[in-house]
Design a protein around this ligand. Structure first.
Ligand SMILES: [Zn+2]
Length: 266
């Protein structure tokens, strides 16, 4: 009699935390994905882990799509904490500083360097994670090609009535698609995601940028009206994002780091 679970063994291809050492050891992995999430309120209807959930799911689907296409791409575990310096007055929001993110990323890059990884794609799922400065700082000290994808910008927003920003229609639709059991079912309880303008004209007209103090700028922590969201739109958007990101990863897997830009004079 077997004492193992009757459930079939089904690790998702390329998802590191689900796969064994022999599976990973016996292949080469030219591209790795590192998803960046966050732990913060998402209006009144989505979970704190929304960005972590979506970043991890996109990375897993991209890895599977690339592997099915013949390019080995590994999805690393999601970093569950993001930069939330302006939401710390919201209970149980967990902030990591940009300098902490830099330290984590540096250590991940160093860990990957000896193992044949040619490109590392940061799959960002949280607007407060401004990863470009990290990549600008680290790229000169590593041979691994670094790239950033904000997953919510990787597909066509026209599928939505009004995509919104934080916990708006786009994110809500994506969670309804990926984890419908985590979306509060009664839509009448969802906040409308309305926001308040800055009292400073220079911020309102775009001359200056200041980080939004979330409890002043928002009314339900959401930015954007989620109420038109459907799981179908979430599925359409995520499928297109995955397809586009996967296509980029396949390109990156064989890219020549000395010729990432065409220079006719060379
Ligand atoms: Zn979010």
């Amino acid at each position: 009699m077997s004492d193992t679970s009757p459930r079939a063994y089904a690790p998702r291809p390329g998802v590191l935390q689900e796969n064994t050492w022999p599976t990973m050891r016996d292949a080469t992995w030219p591209v790795a994905l590192l998803p960046f999430g966050a732990t913060e309120p998402h209006n009144t209807h989505l979970p704190y882990g929304t960005d972590t959930l979506l970043g991890g799911e996109v990375a897993a689907r991209v890895a599977s799509a690339c592997i099915a296409n013949g390019t080995n791409v590994v999805a690393l575990p999601v970093i569950p904490f993001g930069v939330n310096t302006t939401q710390l007055d919201l209970p149980l929001t967990i902030n990591v500083m940009p300098s902490t993110q830099l330290a984590i990323l540096r250590d991940v890059v160093k860990s990957l360097e000896p193992h044949g990884v040619r490109g590392l794609v940061l799959i960002n799922a949280h607007g407060g994670n401004e990863l470009r400065a990290l990549v600008r700082e680290l790229q000169p000290s590593t041979h691994i090609m670094l790239a950033i994808v904000n997953w919510w910008q990787a597909a066509d927003h026209r599928v939505f009535t009004e995509p919104g920003d934080h916990a708006g229609e786009l994110e809500t639709a994506a969670v309804m698609h990926v984890a419908p059991q985590l979306v509060v079912p009664d839509r009448d309880t969802w906040g409308d995601g309305s926001t308040n303008p800055s009292t400073l004209e220079g911020v309102r007209n775009g001359v200056a940028w200041m980080p939004r103090r979330w409890t002043q700028a928002t009314n339900d922590t959401g930015v954007g009206d989620p109420r038109a969201a459907t799981a179908e739109r979430g599925a359409t958007f995520m499928a297109q994002a995955v397809e586009r990101i996967a296509a980029f990863c396949c390109e990156l897997a064989v890219a020549d780091p000395a010729r990432l830009w065409e220079n006719p004079r060379r």
